[in-house]
Design a protein around this ligand. Structure first.
Ligand code: GLC
Ligand code: CA
Length: 558
């Protein structure tokens, strides 16, 4: 087989920062850019190569920065452009690259383009967005926004509806208009010239819509599903090739597309080895709430994911992308619950062991791994006892639609779903130490700190050689020093096991064998029997032949 092309982003580990919740430097209760700069030595110690920064642009914060009103300015609460430049320079000095979030499926309704666009039908910016006439006096079709309710908003001034796949303060840009593409590519070039190191592209699979705008299938009995008509649309690959020609190919940067609704076949196009579009994409098959365990309502569930299902999906992506496209690896991010709570076990008895096990399963696979802030110390989900305690617009809108308006689920069950998979779990402030507000701020934090911060925080983790932190540090170090972890071919093992996630990687004459017990019981497992080799990492110091202890993870190179 031809040697796979080696690139820095295939060998890198990415750390995602959600700036609002990372570190507050000035006591206003909101995380900011200077807070990030201050903690660069911590990230250098962890060993990560790249920071993916969730949006820091000017925004009215209807969706915490994913609604941008000026792409060339910094959100007031986060600091200034000087702060940004300093952070970028300091990051580079610490050997850390910075990847920006690129949110160009939509803007804020407070963006200058939209303010113009809604003024009149003949405004030069009208076609920057997607406007449609009413159909029989109602919405142009039955599409449900990803944040509940109709995806169409009526605008009195001109008597038309505009499309918003997310909140009504996030109108969708019209990528069919070449002027929109010019503006976006100019803006991207501007950031690249500043010296940033890449883009994570927000819902980039949604930029080309089905021109027929047909009604969608009605799943939860209220609205129709828009996904089939907005994901992987007719021109998406054309637009990304154009973006690649006009921007990406000119710089030594990395790109990862957030690809809602992506199939493996589509991923092979987005992330093809010729690099004519993007370097890699995120898929959602293993994190889709309703897909990996039985749905309670819509995307919502509180049932735990099953090993067989999660493993089946991850293995399928590993095997099918081999040699064709590069993959990305993640358990959580700012839209997902905490990895240890969802896939491991956040009971204090098992938290550390299972966080390490879950990390091993992911970090020994092929693809570029992503660590979400706090994951490296095993931060856990949060409990919400009332919808009033929630911040996330997705949760609040779902509650309104399913509990208040349509009585389809009890308040108690809806909150149970939020506890299990709500986005707010990932957005509680980073836990730095055992002092007030977990050392996140000296003021009043914008969002509740998880009460377990006295036990779970970076200071405690750094003081404990057996902590989750040092385990992540080692996993990252191993990736940097062991080519088989980056480039080895993946082979699944024990695909019928209900308890063990095991696989091999092979490169040249070497084999890496990975065996992880996904349960809190001791289980029989023979894949490591008789193997002579070097143990690269394990969360136990003593092992037993023929069995894996609760949540035991072992990796052997032979
Ligand atoms: C992506 C982001 C999410 C945001 C949405 C709309 O899914 O990750 O946080 O709400 O796009 O921009
Ligand atoms: Ca601040």
């Amino acid at each position: 087989m031809a040697q796979e092309k080696h690139t820095w982003w295939k060998e890198a580990v990415i750390y995602q920062i959600y700036p609002r919740s990372f570190a507050d430097s000035n006591g206003d209760g909101i995380g900011d850019l200077n807070g990030i700069t201050e903690h660069l030595p911590y990230l250098e110690k962890l060993g990560i190569d790249v920071i993916w920064l969730s949006p820091v642009y000017r925004s009215p914060n209807d969706d915490n920065g994913y609604d941008i009103s000026d792409y060339r300015d910094i959100m007031t609460e986060f600091g200034t452009m000087e702060d940004f430049d300093r952070m970028l320079k300091e990051a580079h000095r610490h050997h850390i690259r910075i990847v920006m979030d690129l949110v160009v499926n939509h803007t804020s309704d407070e963006h200058a383009w939209f303010i113009e666009s809604r003024k009149s039908k003949d405004n030069p910016y009208r076609d920057y967005y997607i406007w449609k006439d009413p159909k029989n006096g109602k919405e142009p079709n039955n599409w449900e926004s990803c944040f509940s309710g109709s995806a169409w908003q009526f605008d009195e001034a001109t008597g038309q509806y505009y499309l918003h796949c997310f909140s009504k303060k996030q109108p969708d840009l019209n990528w069919e208009n070449p002027k929109v593409r010019d503006e976006v590519f100019d803006m991207m070039n501007w950031w690249c010239e500043k010296g940033i190191d890449g883009f994570r592209m927000d819902v980039i699979s949604m930029i080309s819509k089905d021109p027929a705008y047909p009604d969608g299938p009605v799943n939860d009995g209220v609205y129709g599903d828009l996904n089939p008509y907005v994901c992987n649309g007719p021109h998406v690959h054309e637009y990304l090739e154009e973006m690649n020609r006009r921007v990406l190919s000119k710089y030594d940067i990395m790109t990862v597309g957030e690809a809602a609704g992506v199939t493996i076949d589509e991923a092979k196009k987005y992330a093809n080895s010729n690099e004519s579009e993007l370097n890699m994409v995120f898929h959602f098959e293993h994190t889709d709430g309703s897909a990996n365990s039985d749905s309670i309502i819509g995307k919502w569930t509180y049932n735990p994911p099953k090993l067989s299902y999660v493993r089946g999906i991850l293995n399928k992506w590993q095997v099918e992308l081999e040699g064709k496209a590069w993959g990305s690896l993640y358990w959580d991010n700012h839209d997902q619950p905490r990895a240890v709570s969802r896939f491991g076990n956040d009971d204090p008895k098992w938290r550390v062991l299972s966080a390490k096990m879950v990390a091993t399963v992911l970090h020994m696979q092929k693809g570029t791994p992503y660590v979400y802030q706090g994951e490296e110390i095993g931060m856990t989900n949060m409990h919400f006892s009332s919808v009033k305690d929630c911040n996330d617009i997705e949760e609040k809108n779902a509650y309104q639609q399913y509990v208040v308006d349509h009585h389809m689920i009890s308040s108690e069950d809806m909150l149970k779903c939020f506890d299990a998979i709500g986005r707010d779990n990932a957005r509680t402030p980073m836990q730095w130490n055992a002092k007030e507000h977990a050392g996140f701020t000296t003021g009043t934090p914008w969002f509740t700190v998880n009460p377990n911060y006295k036990e779970i925080n970076t200071e405690a983790a750094l003081a404990d050689p057996d902590s989750v932190f040092y385990y992540y540090q080692k996993l990252i170090y191993l990736r940097h020093t062991t080519p088989i972890i980056v480039y080895g071919v993946f082979h699944p093992l024990l695909e019928d096991s209900d308890c063990v996630y095991a696989y091999e990687r092979t490169l040249d004459r070497q084999t890496l064998t990975v065996a992880c017990n996904w349960t809190d019981r001791e289980v029989e497992c023979h894949v490591l029997d008789g193997i002579e080799g070097e143990e690269l990492i394990s969360n136990y110091t003593d092992h037993k032949v023929g069995v894996l202890q609760p949540y035991e993870a072992r990796v052997i190179l032979h």
